[in-house]
Design a binder for this molecule. Structure first.
Ligand code: EPU
Length: 342
């Protein structure tokens, strides 16, 4: 275990924020975790778990021990005629894993191609796209439980997966994810319900074509973090009650909306931001992307305070026009490495 000091995290967060960690260690084996945690305790440091850095907002200085999760490995642990269980290290790149499943004729994750980040983050916010969420295919999550001081397997049914949410978000200080086991189908059941996906896939009803179309749609709308540093959707799509929606729809009948269980309606934050005049608009070096207003971009070496000023301006513009509060999707950290509210 090689603990380093004063490490620049800019290459490890996709918004490219300048952020220096007082202490940093790469975790390549689950066995290193208890040792690293013990070290942090002795030094009086909080832990900050860094995965692909594609959903976090980091301050310029962090006084904490950053655990950079880099556990590799992939194995089929069980299979029958219907499905296969695949256990994969938290440090594997999500998109590469999706491509691997398709090449192995294992089905379910194709709609989630090209989502940035690592496998270990997929259960945390239950990543989702084009009508599929990772939680639907997760069998169990392998963790180090910091409260009980032991490794454990958490069954998917206990993970409380919902829209961009799970138990791992409820209590971010408890579990460190080391591996995830997915249960994938052996025959393709293509999910084509989302927007224009069915048209894009056309008559070529193969999982490989579905995956390629998802990749093309994402590439046409979403900026590549290497070119335009970003964290994907910056805000969640708001969930409002059917009554609230009915009121808003009187004034804005074109608002894209998706009925949900429990008389709730999900509405498109990208449309709200677009209509509030923020598509392609910048505040200093931070702005909302010109092809997809939901994506905030760091155009030129912004620090967290620039990002905050820009997203708060967007929130104010949307609230002024629609009376709807937008909630940021990425997790924000303070100087002690703790999650803080927006
Ligand atoms: N829209 C606009 N203007 C914009 C952007 C969107 O009018 O600038 C409208 C679109 O025309 C469409 C609606 O808003 O009618 C929804 O847009 P889109 O289909 O692009 O999806 P989204 O709601 O913006 C969500 C997820 C994405 C996911 C896509 C596809 C959230 C917060 N975002 O985006 O997830 O890829 O659906 O499933 O749920 C992410 O979480 O980082 C992410 C990229």
């Amino acid at each position: 275990m090689n603990i380093q000091t004063q490490v620049q995290l800019k290459p490890f967060n996709t918004l490219s924020l300048d952020s220096v960690a007082s202490h940093y260690v790469k975790i390549q084996s689950a066995d290193d975790l208890p040792k690293a945690i013990d070290y942090a305790k002795k030094q009086g440091l909080n832990l900050l778990i860094l995965s692909g850095g594609s959903n976090m907002l980091l301050p310029e200085q962090i006084h904490a021990l950053v655990l950079h999760m880099d556990i590799q490995g992939i194995e089929v642990t069980a299979e029958d005629a219907v499905d296969a269980a695949v256990r994969i290290g938290a440090g594997q790149i999500w998109h590469d894993f999706v491509l691997w499943t398709t090449a192995q004729s294992l089905f379910g994750l194709q709609n989630l191609a090209l989502i940035p980040g690592l496998v270990g983050a997929s259960p945390v916010q239950n990543i989702g796209a084009y009508g599929v969420e990772a939680g639907e295919f997760i069998q169990s999550v392998h963790v180090y439980d910091r409260y009980e001081k032991c490794f454990a397997d958490i069954d998917a049914s206990d993970c409380k997966f919902s829209y961009r949410h799970s138990i791992f978000k409820d209590d971010p200080n408890r579990y460190i994810i080391t591996h995830v086991t997915f249960k994938l189908l052996k025959s393709a059941d293509l999910k084509l319900n989302y927007g224009d996906l069915k048209t894009a896939v056309g008559d070529n009803l193969t999982a490989e074509n579905l995956q390629n179309q998802v990749i093309q749609i994402r590439q046409s709308k979403l900026p590549d973090p290497k070119e335009y540093p970003n964290v994907g959707s910056f805000f969640k799509n708001p969930l409002i009650s059917q009554n609230e929606y009915d009121q808003i729809a009187l004034k804005f009948p074109n608002l894209p909306h998706y009925p949900q269980p429990n008389h709730q309606v999900k509405i498109a934050a990208g449309w709200l931001i677009d209509q509030a005049g923020w598509k392609g608009k910048k505040l200093e070096m931070v702005g909302m992307f010109h092809k997809q207003a939901l994506v905030l971009v760091n155009y030129d070496n912004a620090a967290l305070h620039h990002v905050r000023a820009a997203y708060q301006a967007v929130q104010q513009a949307v609230f002024a026009k629609f009376n709807i509060a937008l909630e940021p999707e990425p997790v924000q950290f303070d100087q002690d490495g703790l999650i803080c509210s927006h």
